[in-house]
Design a protein around this ligand. Structure first.
Ligand code: GLV
Length: 369
């Protein structure tokens, strides 16, 4: 017999939702491109749905879990970051939530790398000048020069999946890598990267031997030409190593005046007011941002200050935005497929119904017997 679970999805990601319908699920989708109001989410949850498909735009907290008491069996989040879901509340109500790790790792890391290149080589200014027909002549130093990426030193803050993917891309550009990871340093990964760097040099593929090493957060900031953030957003109440405002006035001032920041992680990891000031007063040389404290970026954000326009690249939370990554219904390829798989695992009691064994359940700790 086909299961007849009821599911509400707060955003439409196409084909993968049909996989649920084919299994006999009743699926209602909020079709508007803007997120649904919280009141609508509460109404749907109160109506007794079994599964809620959420995105990073929806605040999922005690109010939602209370509304789903006794009926809501799973929240399946369409992203890897789950900072919009209150984990302590989910655990209190014993409701599992899932996410979509791995499938967006390469897409996000390559976007971070392209942002780095666009910022350093001033691609936006170059295209704008050409389009606006201000390209008057070829000259050794006019109208402006950029900074070379090849051979420079990058600090990768957070060496989880996306941080590691970023490092692999940096190796191809002969960069030296400073790693920072609170708690658990991945020395095996760093060792493997060093071997590859040595091999490239041994075969004459690089003029200089590159290196990778773990250092303290402060040393990473002090020594790097580029700083790329790859940490989850963790507030003080959530972790002994919170990442909220990890880059603030104090830590921004540790960086070299020539250094640049790339953020594809979460906006609140940086204090945006301090960053705008750091750019304006030239404590640092540039920033390329894909994520913000408030999204979409408000019209009055200090990051939009025309005085820093040449040093501050702004992108619309686009890191995972490729056709394959966002829309593939294959759970091993796309966020859509993986999001739906997480939901199915819980509702259909895969893995013998053992929640901690389900690969996409995030809050396993609430269900360990
Ligand atoms: C995107 O930001 C994600 O967390 O998947």
């Amino acid at each position: 017999m086909k299961p007849n679970f009821r599911v509400f999805a707060t955003c439409d990601f196409g084909e993968a939702l049909n996989l649920l319908r084919q299994r006999g699920y009743e699926v209602e989708v909020y079709a508007n491109p803007d997120p649904p109001p919280k009141s609508l989410i509460l109404e749907k949850v109160r109506s007794g749905i079994d599964g809620l498909i959420s995105s990073l735009r929806d605040k999922i907290d005690a109010e939602v879990f209370e509304a789903g008491k006794g009926t809501l069996k799973v929240v399946s989040q369409y992203s890897v970051g789950v900072d919009n879901i209150n984990r302590a509340d989910a655990n209190r109500y014993k409701i599992p939530f899932t996410n979509t790790p791995d499938v967006l790792t390469e897409a996000t890391a390559e976007y971070a790398f392209f942002m780095l290149g666009a910022l350093a080589r001033r691609l936006w200014q170059a295209e704008r000048m050409t389009r606006e027909n201000h390209w008057d002549s070829w000259h050794p130093s006019l109208p402006f020069l950029g900074n070379e990426v090849t051979g420079k030193t990058i600090a990768v803050i957070g060496t989880g999946r996306i941080g590691q993917a970023m490092i692999k891309k940096c190796v191809g550009f002969d960069m030296n890598v400073l790693c920072y990871q609170a708690g658990r340093e991945n020395t095996k990964f760093a060792g493997a990267i060093q071997e590859i760097m040595d091999l490239r040099h041994h075969h004459g593929l690089t003029a200089h031997k590159q290196w990778i090493k773990y250092v303290s957060f402060e040393d990473a900031l002090r020594q790097a030409d580029f700083v790329s953030l790859h940490v989850p957003l963790l507030r003080e109440s959530e972790s002994p190593n919170p990442t909220y405002h990890m880059l603030n006035e104090h830590t921004l001032r540790l960086m070299k005046p020539s250094a640049m920041i790339i953020n594809t992680a979460r906006g609140p990891v940086i204090d945006e007011v301090a960053l705008a000031r750091a750019l304006k007063e030239n404590w640092i040389a540039g920033a390329a941002l894909d994520v913000y404290a408030t999204e979409p970026l408000p019209a009055d954000s200090p990051l939009r200050d025309p005085a820093i326009e040449d040093r501050c690249r702004l992108y619309p939370h686009h890191g995972s935005a490729t056709y394959e990554t966002r829309l593939s219904p294959d759970p091993n390829r796309g966020m859509s497929g993986r999001c739906v798989q997480g939901l199915i695992d819980v509702l259909e009691s895969n893995y013998g119904g053992d929640l901690p064994k389900m690969p996409f359940v995030v809050n396993k700790e609430a269900f360990v017997k």
